[in-house]
Design a protein around this ligand. Structure first.
Ligand code: NAD
Length: 349
């Protein structure tokens, strides 16, 4: 089935894992290891179908190859997904079975937390495999990577604002944040400290009220946040919020947020560019969490802050390349990743 999937992109290995005693059904996809072992989190979801799970893991693992290549760290791209049945929750038995499968890959795939998994789950995986990062700090890991993702996003937003508006700080700029979860909330904390004016949306009313109270944020309905009057739009919830319709209505001059797969189609990058909206490519600006987990694996966590600051430098390079070659910033980021991959040799998949 994966060979027929439109998302199959000569992945090196796709492993289907079934463990009857625990009820685990999982897929591990290793997309590309030319630059190093494949790194990428483990997502647990009740997928509508197996085909949907296959498409998700293939797309996400490919995205990790590009993210890792742009980060400049010696890692390739991979991802794993756990297919939950309706009403089924992820439990320790399933995690241990998955950990056993990851261990058999002998370090070719390194996992971490993602949607539907937690740093505590990473601690459970660690009972059976060394190839897992992001367990809680008191259990020897580097913990939830969301804070690093949020900080990298702030650094990237500053770079985009400098380029688009010629301003050195975010003070007084209106930033519309969609999604106040692990990353979005921390990003709001950082933005409020910088003096940005916050407009926020989340489907959870309680968290929106807290943002109003703590950050003086203005609440915007979820279906209006992408179109509200703001200088920067920061999608930090779902992917695919940028399409022909939403881009035509966007008022912000910069799109800089943490969500994965923000563009509905590749053509949306050109639509943003045509409207003069500067897009910080998602997998470059949201690489902070991956950088943290990668540095934990390398035993080089002391480099975390400079490496997160480096996200701004990478974005500046991407913006400059796009201008020089007359392409979208998304195409420039793809070209940067492809150049680094090509320098590492021919694909192995
Ligand atoms: P999360 O699940 O903690 O938060 C998502 C938030 O979005 C939740 O508060 C949810 O209620 C809200 N939300 C859902 N639908 C919404 C809608 N239609 N409108 C407004 N809000 C909505 O997830 P997270 O870890 O904060 O990640 C956010 C995004 O960033 C995801 O796309 C994720 O893939 C991406 N990302 C996260 C990390 C990380 O380190 N956590 C790293 C890279 C990329």
């Amino acid at each position: 089935m994966p060979f027929d999937s439109g998302d199959f992109d000569a992945h090196e290995r796709v492993l289907f894992v079934a463990d009857r005693p625990s009820g685990l059904r999982a897929i591990v996809a290793i997309h590309d290891t030319r630059l190093g072992p494949a790194i990428g989190g483990c997502r647990a979801r009740a997928y509508a179908s197996e085909a949907e799970a296959v498409a998700d893991v293939l797309r996400l693992s490919r995205g990790m190859t590009y993210k890792a290549a742009c980060s400049g760290l010696p890692f390739g791209g991979g991802k794993s997904v756990v297919l939950l049945r309706p009403g089924q929750s992820l439990h320790a038995g399933m995690l241990r079975a998955l950990g056993g499968a990851i261990e058999q890959l002998r370090g070719d795939y390194i996992t971490g937390e993602d949607m539907g998994t937690s740093s505590q789950d990473m601690a459970t995986l660690r009972e059976v495999t060394r190839h897992v990062m992001g367990a809680p700090a008191d259990l020897g890991g580097s913990g939830d990577p969301s804070a690093s993702t949020a900080f990298g996003c702030l650094v990237g937003m500053r770079a985009a604002v400098r380029r688009r508006f010629g301003r050195e700080t975010l003070r007084g700029l209106r930033v519309a944040v969609q999604g106040l979860g692990h990353v979005g909330w921390r990003l709001c904390e950082l933005l409020a400290t910088e003096g940005a004016v916050l407009l926020v949306a989340d489907v959870r009313e309680d968290i929106v009220r807290r943002a109003e109270h703590l950050f003086g944020a203005t609440a915007v309905p979820s279906d209006r946040i992408a179109q509200c009057e703001a200088d920067v739009y920061a999608p930090c919830a779902l992917g695919g919020t940028l399409d022909e319709t939403s881009i035509a209505q966007l008022q912000a001059g910069v799109v800089a947020g943490a969500a994965n797969n923000q563009l509905r189609t590749a053509a949306d990058a050109d639509r943003l560019a045509a409207r003069g909206i500067l897009y910080a490519p998602d997998y470059v600006i949201n690489a902070g969490g991956m950088v943290q987990l990668g540095l934990e694996h390398l035993g080089r966590l002391r480099e975390l802050q400079p490496r997160l600051q480096g996200i701004g430098d990478t974005l500046e390079q991407v913006f400059a390349d796009a201008e020089r070659h007359g392409t979208s910033t998304a195409a420039a980021a793809d070209a940067l990743a492809q150049e680094r991959l090509a320098a590492a040799g021919a694909p192995r998949g």
